[in-house]
Design a protein around this ligand. Structure first.
Ligand SMILES: Cc1cc2nc3c(=O)[nH]c(=O)nc-3n(C[C@H](O)[C@H](O)[C@H](O)COP(=O)(O)O)c2cc1C
Length: 362
């Protein structure tokens, strides 16, 4: 039940993707638990070195023989002016003093080694490759497909989805504005591309002829059935898995996920220079008062890295990035397998409820 053409293609039982979440949450344990339970676990590998990536894939394979996916960031060239970076470094020294760490740290400006990361995925013949933040070179998409890998791109508007289909991706993730984490937007500005999942999914479905995965604010079986009704072939759930025991999220981050509500998040550039939805923090609020310009991604991400890491060490959530979507009140600390099972049980109940409505109307 609830099988779709996509679940057949990917050889998974249920149309449930655990979202790739770079920065630690998507451990091999989490990915394998979701894949073993019948969904598709996904590794958020955007920040991993090629060596770390290879090890993580090997660790996943030790835990499951089911399909899984790996997600990378399409690289962006840093374009910031030295002066803007220096000004920001000065400003951020206040937080460094608070946390008792060194001022004016050396900033690593180079972006992650995308080509080497891609090579690891090719060597390891991963079943699914997804990406966000743009479109990788055509050659990468074609080589992956020839290697037997299913390729998935991320869109936040219909126009982005059409471009992704035109370059040959197999599947599209339609990321609604409710979604936790970074926006995958790559054509217009983020403010012009904040379209809710309920509005985005059917419009993308109508304008492409490849399968669409709904993402953003989907936390349970009700969201799954709603998404399938909109024409999606599966859902991608991130926030729903953040607080489960297999997630690698920091303990205080997990606590915040379980405590906070639908109105606790905001889309911010404060941490990484790229718009992302996360739980409101003191750092985010403070940055509203910064009068200069915040450097863009990935420079900004490097500029705040030492602060986020020191805050995590000190168990201080207020200076950490706590990416989360608007479905927060529905988050649980159940195991990953239970979340998958419960989502399917709720989906069956929701599907019956919806079909009974039809009978009553008749
Ligand atoms: C902590 C966190 C990290 C994320 N990291 C990534 C990532 O590395 N790559 C990606 O494509 N999407 C990433 N996302 C976005 C998810 O793929 C997905 O769009 C989102 O989780 C869906 O919304 P939800 O959190 O409301 O379920 C991340 C989301 C969260 C919450």
């Amino acid at each position: 039940m609830l099988e779709t053409a996509l679940t057949h293609t990917l050889k998974i039982r249920y149309p449930i993707f655990q979202a790739p979440m770079a920065g630690g949450p998507t451990t091999p344990d989490l990915i394998a638990a979701v894949s073993n339970a019948g969904g598709l676990g996904n590794l958020g590998a955007g920040y991993l070195t090629p060596e770390q990536l290879r090890t993580a894939i090997q660790e996943i394979r030790k835990r499951t023989d089911r399909p899984f996916g790996v997600n990378l960031f399409v690289p962006e060239e840093p374009t910031e002016l030295e002066e803007m970076i220096n000004q920001m470094t000065d400003y951020l020294n206040f937080y460094r003093e608070e946390l008792g760490i060194a001022q004016n740290p050396l900033i690593q400006k180079s972006s992650e080694a995308f080509e080497e990361q891609v090579q690891v995925l090719l060597d390891e013949k991963v079943p699914v490759f997804s990406f966000t933040f743009g479109i990788p070179p055509q050659e990468v998409i074609q080589t992956m497909k020839q290697n037997g890998t299913v390729v998935i791109g991320t869109a936040t508007t219909v126009e982005e989805a059409k471009q992704l289909e035109a370059v040959g991706v197999d599947v599209i993730v339609a990321q609604g504005s409710e979604a936790g984490g970074h926006r995958g937007t790559f054509l217009k500005s983020v403010t012009q591309s904040l379209v809710g999942t309920l509005a985005l999914v059917p419009q993308v479905v109508d304008h492409v002829s490849i399968p669409v995965i709904a993402a953003g604010g989907i936390m349970d079986g009700r969201g799954l059935v709603a998404s399938l009704s909109l024409g999606a072939s599966a859902v991608q759930m991130g926030t729903a898995f953040l607080a489960c025991p297999e997630s690698g999220a920091h303990t205080v981050y997990k606590q915040k996920i379980l405590l906070e509500n639908e109105d606790s998040t905001e889309v911010t550039c404060a941490y990484s220079g790229k718009a992302a939805r996360g739980i409101r923090t003191e750092f985010m609020n403070d940055m509203h008062h910064y009068s200069g310009k915040i450097p863009g991604y990935p420079i900004r991400n490097s500029l705040t890295r030492d602060i986020r890491q020191a805050a995590a060490k000190a168990n201080n959530p207020e200076y950490m990035s706590l990416w989360a979507g608007q479905g927060l009140r529905l988050a649980t600390d159940h195991t990953a397998a239970k979340i998958v099972e419960q989502t399917m049980d709720q989906a069956r109940a929701a599907a019956i409820r919806v079909s009974l409505l039809g009978i009553i109307d008749d």
